[in-house]
Design a protein around this ligand. Structure first.
Ligand SMILES: [Zn+2]
Length: 147
């Protein structure tokens, strides 16, 4: 019997820099990408990626087959790779990313026939609302950036 699918984390925006939420040191276990992260690589890590790593660590597992990842934006290549490697059961995303989306826009890592895991994918859920959230996020971030 499978457990009910539970959400991992909302959001798919890149992780904020020093002006964003305070960072907590992360402990990663059982993940193939769990090598030491440098400060610069941590800055490029997206929230999806962090949510997956934290879920794997918190559950002390190497797969998230019974979980659903909810994100505002179509996963990029980094996140799609993490989703496949962590064997996330289902991905629900809002806005499509025509420049970097890897759930069908630019490519489709999530349903690639040669990969050993293909999550269930549901895209375009509340796409307009998600797009508006992302536009506001990046507008605020630009406004805070030093000139
Ligand atoms: Zn991503």
């Amino acid at each position: 019997m499978r457990r009910a699918r539970r959400p991992i984390s909302p959001g798919c925006a890149p992780r904020s820099g020093s002006r964003g939420a305070p960072r907590r040191p992360a402990k990663f276990r059982s993940a193939p990408w769990s090598g030491a992260a440098t400060r610069s690589s941590a800055r490029r890590t997206t929230r999806e990626f962090l949510a997956i790593r934290r879920a794997l660590a918190a559950l002390d597992t190497d797969r998230l087959s019974d979980y659903t990842l909810y994100v505002t934006l179509e996963p990029c290549a980094q996140c799609a790779g993490a989703i496949v490697l962590a064997k996330v059961g289902r991905v629900v995303y809002g806005a499509v990313d025509e420049k970097a989306g890897m759930a069908g826009s630019v490519g489709d890592l999530l349903r690639h026939p040669h990969l050993n895991h293909r999550p269930e994918v549901l895209g375009g859920v509340l796409a307009a609302e998600c797009g508006a959230l992302l536009a506001e996020f990046f507008r605020a971030r630009r406004d805070r950036a030093p000139a």
